[in-house]
Design a binder for this molecule. Structure first.
Ligand code: 13P
Length: 249
Protein backbone atom coordinates (compact mmCIF):
# COMPACT_ATOMS: atom_id res chain seq x y z
CA UNK A 1 0.00 0.00 0.00
CA UNK A 2 1.30 3.43 -0.93
CA UNK A 3 0.65 6.12 1.68
CA UNK A 4 -0.89 9.17 -0.03
CA UNK A 5 1.23 12.32 -0.16
CA UNK A 6 -0.47 15.70 -0.40
CA UNK A 7 2.06 18.42 -1.22
CA UNK A 8 1.67 22.17 -1.53
CA UNK A 9 3.94 24.01 -3.94
CA UNK A 10 3.70 27.66 -3.02
CA UNK A 11 5.87 28.78 -5.94
CA UNK A 12 6.97 32.45 -5.56
CA UNK A 13 4.29 33.36 -3.02
CA UNK A 14 4.17 34.47 0.63
CA UNK A 15 6.53 36.53 2.75
CA UNK A 16 7.95 35.06 5.97
CA UNK A 17 5.18 36.57 8.10
CA UNK A 18 2.47 35.31 5.73
CA UNK A 19 4.05 31.84 5.76
CA UNK A 20 4.21 31.76 9.56
CA UNK A 21 0.60 32.85 9.85
CA UNK A 22 -0.47 30.07 7.45
CA UNK A 23 1.67 27.45 9.21
CA UNK A 24 0.31 28.24 12.68
CA UNK A 25 -3.29 27.97 11.56
CA UNK A 26 -2.65 24.93 9.35
CA UNK A 27 -0.96 22.69 11.94
CA UNK A 28 -3.95 23.02 14.25
CA UNK A 29 -6.33 21.93 11.50
CA UNK A 30 -4.46 18.83 10.36
CA UNK A 31 -3.31 17.45 13.71
CA UNK A 32 -5.84 14.59 13.37
CA UNK A 33 -4.38 13.41 10.03
CA UNK A 34 -1.96 10.49 10.15
CA UNK A 35 -2.99 8.15 7.35
CA UNK A 36 -1.40 10.37 4.70
CA UNK A 37 1.77 12.44 4.42
CA UNK A 38 1.52 16.23 4.28
CA UNK A 39 4.20 18.42 2.74
CA UNK A 40 4.58 22.14 2.14
CA UNK A 41 7.21 23.59 -0.18
CA UNK A 42 7.38 27.35 0.54
CA UNK A 43 9.94 29.78 -0.89
CA UNK A 44 13.47 29.30 0.50
CA UNK A 45 13.12 32.42 2.64
CA UNK A 46 10.28 30.90 4.69
CA UNK A 47 11.86 27.50 5.39
CA UNK A 48 13.63 28.30 8.63
CA UNK A 49 10.67 29.97 10.31
CA UNK A 50 8.28 27.22 9.21
CA UNK A 51 10.61 24.50 10.46
CA UNK A 52 10.13 25.81 13.98
CA UNK A 53 6.34 25.56 13.66
CA UNK A 54 6.26 22.12 11.99
CA UNK A 55 8.70 20.60 14.51
CA UNK A 56 6.93 17.77 16.36
CA UNK A 57 3.96 17.84 13.95
CA UNK A 58 3.38 15.46 11.05
CA UNK A 59 3.80 18.22 8.46
CA UNK A 60 6.98 17.95 6.39
CA UNK A 61 8.93 20.69 4.66
CA UNK A 62 10.35 20.71 1.17
CA UNK A 63 12.06 23.07 -1.24
CA UNK A 64 11.02 23.95 -4.78
CA UNK A 65 14.45 23.65 -6.37
CA UNK A 66 18.17 23.36 -5.57
CA UNK A 67 21.55 23.18 -7.26
CA UNK A 68 23.48 19.90 -7.24
CA UNK A 69 26.80 21.07 -5.76
CA UNK A 70 27.42 21.14 -2.00
CA UNK A 71 28.95 24.64 -1.94
CA UNK A 72 31.04 27.00 -4.04
CA UNK A 73 30.90 29.91 -6.45
CA UNK A 74 27.33 29.48 -7.71
CA UNK A 75 25.77 32.88 -7.10
CA UNK A 76 22.10 32.71 -6.29
CA UNK A 77 21.92 28.95 -5.79
CA UNK A 78 21.01 26.76 -2.80
CA UNK A 79 22.65 23.40 -2.07
CA UNK A 80 21.30 20.06 -0.84
CA UNK A 81 23.36 20.47 2.36
CA UNK A 82 21.63 23.79 3.05
CA UNK A 83 18.19 22.28 2.49
CA UNK A 84 18.91 19.38 4.87
CA UNK A 85 20.27 21.80 7.43
CA UNK A 86 17.16 23.99 7.33
CA UNK A 87 14.86 21.00 7.87
CA UNK A 88 13.77 19.88 4.41
CA UNK A 89 12.88 16.25 3.76
CA UNK A 90 11.82 16.72 0.15
CA UNK A 91 12.77 18.81 -2.87
CA UNK A 92 10.71 19.41 -6.02
CA UNK A 93 12.91 19.01 -9.12
CA UNK A 94 12.22 19.51 -12.80
CA UNK A 95 9.01 21.46 -12.28
CA UNK A 96 7.62 22.62 -15.63
CA UNK A 97 8.25 26.25 -14.64
CA UNK A 98 11.93 25.41 -14.10
CA UNK A 99 12.03 23.59 -17.45
CA UNK A 100 10.15 26.16 -19.51
CA UNK A 101 10.85 29.54 -17.88
CA UNK A 102 14.40 28.85 -16.67
CA UNK A 103 15.52 26.45 -19.39
CA UNK A 104 16.43 23.46 -17.19
CA UNK A 105 17.03 20.33 -19.23
CA UNK A 106 16.89 16.64 -18.36
CA UNK A 107 20.66 16.44 -17.75
CA UNK A 108 20.68 19.23 -15.19
CA UNK A 109 17.55 17.87 -13.53
CA UNK A 110 19.17 14.44 -13.35
CA UNK A 111 22.27 15.88 -11.64
CA UNK A 112 19.95 17.45 -9.08
CA UNK A 113 17.95 14.24 -8.52
CA UNK A 114 21.15 12.25 -7.93
CA UNK A 115 22.51 14.91 -5.54
CA UNK A 116 19.24 15.06 -3.60
CA UNK A 117 19.16 11.29 -3.09
CA UNK A 118 22.80 11.18 -2.07
CA UNK A 119 22.09 13.76 0.65
CA UNK A 120 19.03 11.92 1.96
CA UNK A 121 16.51 14.34 0.46
CA UNK A 122 13.52 12.81 -1.31
CA UNK A 123 13.28 14.28 -4.82
CA UNK A 124 9.86 14.87 -6.36
CA UNK A 125 10.68 14.56 -10.05
CA UNK A 126 8.10 16.41 -12.15
CA UNK A 127 7.24 15.32 -15.67
CA UNK A 128 4.55 16.58 -18.02
CA UNK A 129 3.70 17.26 -21.64
CA UNK A 130 2.85 20.56 -23.35
CA UNK A 131 -0.54 20.92 -25.02
CA UNK A 132 1.16 20.65 -28.41
CA UNK A 133 2.80 17.35 -27.38
CA UNK A 134 -0.57 15.96 -26.33
CA UNK A 135 -2.24 17.11 -29.53
CA UNK A 136 0.55 15.49 -31.55
CA UNK A 137 0.04 12.20 -29.69
CA UNK A 138 3.46 12.45 -28.03
CA UNK A 139 2.45 12.45 -24.35
CA UNK A 140 3.88 9.03 -23.49
CA UNK A 141 7.11 9.71 -25.41
CA UNK A 142 7.65 13.03 -23.65
CA UNK A 143 6.88 11.92 -20.09
CA UNK A 144 8.62 8.57 -20.57
CA UNK A 145 11.82 10.30 -21.68
CA UNK A 146 11.66 12.86 -18.88
CA UNK A 147 11.24 10.04 -16.37
CA UNK A 148 14.03 7.85 -17.71
CA UNK A 149 16.52 10.72 -18.15
CA UNK A 150 15.64 12.32 -14.82
CA UNK A 151 16.22 9.06 -12.92
CA UNK A 152 19.50 8.02 -14.60
CA UNK A 153 21.88 6.64 -11.97
CA UNK A 154 19.11 6.16 -9.40
CA UNK A 155 18.70 2.63 -8.02
CA UNK A 156 15.73 0.66 -6.76
CA UNK A 157 17.00 1.21 -3.19
CA UNK A 158 16.63 4.99 -3.50
CA UNK A 159 13.61 6.88 -2.22
CA UNK A 160 11.95 9.19 -4.74
CA UNK A 161 8.54 10.50 -5.77
CA UNK A 162 7.26 11.25 -9.27
CA UNK A 163 4.76 14.00 -10.11
CA UNK A 164 2.79 14.06 -13.35
CA UNK A 165 1.91 17.65 -14.15
CA UNK A 166 0.48 18.18 -17.63
CA UNK A 167 1.74 21.68 -18.50
CA UNK A 168 -1.63 22.67 -20.02
CA UNK A 169 -3.33 22.02 -16.66
CA UNK A 170 -0.99 24.09 -14.46
CA UNK A 171 -2.56 27.30 -13.19
CA UNK A 172 -5.13 27.22 -15.97
CA UNK A 173 -8.10 25.81 -14.08
CA UNK A 174 -8.14 22.94 -16.61
CA UNK A 175 -7.66 19.72 -14.67
CA UNK A 176 -6.97 16.48 -16.45
CA UNK A 177 -9.97 14.21 -15.91
CA UNK A 178 -9.24 11.41 -13.46
CA UNK A 179 -9.34 8.90 -16.33
CA UNK A 180 -6.95 10.90 -18.49
CA UNK A 181 -4.51 11.38 -15.60
CA UNK A 182 -4.77 7.69 -14.66
CA UNK A 183 -3.81 6.69 -18.20
CA UNK A 184 -0.51 8.57 -17.86
CA UNK A 185 0.08 7.45 -14.25
CA UNK A 186 -0.36 3.83 -15.20
CA UNK A 187 2.05 4.33 -18.14
CA UNK A 188 4.58 5.91 -15.74
CA UNK A 189 4.28 3.00 -13.33
CA UNK A 190 4.93 0.54 -16.15
CA UNK A 191 7.93 2.58 -17.18
CA UNK A 192 9.20 2.54 -13.57
CA UNK A 193 8.76 -1.23 -13.56
CA UNK A 194 10.87 -1.52 -16.70
CA UNK A 195 13.58 0.66 -15.11
CA UNK A 196 13.58 -0.60 -11.50
CA UNK A 197 11.53 -3.81 -11.42
CA UNK A 198 7.86 -4.33 -10.65
CA UNK A 199 8.31 -4.59 -6.90
CA UNK A 200 9.96 -1.16 -6.64
CA UNK A 201 7.50 0.40 -9.11
CA UNK A 202 4.60 -0.63 -6.85
CA UNK A 203 6.09 1.35 -3.96
CA UNK A 204 6.83 4.64 -5.79
CA UNK A 205 4.29 7.39 -5.21
CA UNK A 206 3.11 9.15 -8.37
CA UNK A 207 1.42 12.48 -7.62
CA UNK A 208 -0.91 14.37 -9.93
CA UNK A 209 -0.52 18.16 -10.28
CA UNK A 210 -2.42 20.74 -12.30
CA UNK A 211 -5.38 22.72 -10.95
CA UNK A 212 -6.10 20.30 -8.08
CA UNK A 213 -8.89 21.75 -5.93
CA UNK A 214 -11.16 20.59 -3.10
CA UNK A 215 -13.84 19.94 -5.76
CA UNK A 216 -11.80 17.55 -7.90
CA UNK A 217 -9.39 15.87 -5.48
CA UNK A 218 -11.67 12.96 -4.56
CA UNK A 219 -12.15 11.88 -8.17
CA UNK A 220 -8.42 12.01 -8.82
CA UNK A 221 -7.47 10.19 -5.61
CA UNK A 222 -9.93 7.39 -6.42
CA UNK A 223 -7.70 6.30 -9.30
CA UNK A 224 -5.52 3.25 -8.74
CA UNK A 225 -2.23 4.84 -9.76
CA UNK A 226 -2.73 8.35 -8.37
CA UNK A 227 -1.03 8.41 -4.99
CA UNK A 228 -1.27 12.06 -4.08
CA UNK A 229 -1.40 15.62 -5.31
CA UNK A 230 1.05 18.43 -5.95
CA UNK A 231 -1.05 21.52 -5.41
CA UNK A 232 -0.20 25.05 -6.51
CA UNK A 233 -2.84 27.78 -6.21
CA UNK A 234 -5.20 25.88 -3.93
CA UNK A 235 -2.42 25.28 -1.36
CA UNK A 236 -2.08 29.02 -0.66
CA UNK A 237 -5.25 29.24 1.44
CA UNK A 238 -5.48 27.25 4.66
CA UNK A 239 -9.10 26.19 4.18
CA UNK A 240 -8.76 24.92 0.63
CA UNK A 241 -5.49 23.10 1.35
CA UNK A 242 -6.95 21.50 4.50
CA UNK A 243 -9.89 20.26 2.43
CA UNK A 244 -7.53 18.74 -0.12
CA UNK A 245 -5.40 17.13 2.62
CA UNK A 246 -8.59 15.64 4.07
CA UNK A 247 -9.83 14.26 0.73
CA UNK A 248 -12.28 11.38 0.99
CA UNK A 249 -13.34 12.15 4.54
P1 13P B 1 -1.81 24.76 -9.85
O1 13P B 1 -2.38 23.83 -8.80
O2 13P B 1 -1.86 26.19 -9.46
O3 13P B 1 -2.37 24.45 -11.21
O4 13P B 1 -0.24 24.41 -9.94
C1 13P B 1 0.15 23.09 -10.12
C2 13P B 1 1.61 22.98 -9.91
O5 13P B 1 2.38 23.43 -10.74
C3 13P B 1 2.11 22.36 -8.68
O6 13P B 1 3.47 22.12 -8.73
Amino acid sequence: MRKPLIAGNWKMNKTVSESVEFAREFVGKVSDVNDRDILICPPFTSLYAMREIFKDTGVKLGAQNMYYKDSGAYTGEISPLMLKDVGCDYVILGHSERRHIFGEDDNLINEKVVAAVSHGLIPILCVGELLEDREAGKTFDVVGNQLERGLKGISSKDNFVVAYEPVWAIGTGKTATPELAEEVHSFLREKLASLFGKEKAETVRILYGGSVKPENVNGLMAMKNIDGALVGGASLKVDSFVKIVKFGR
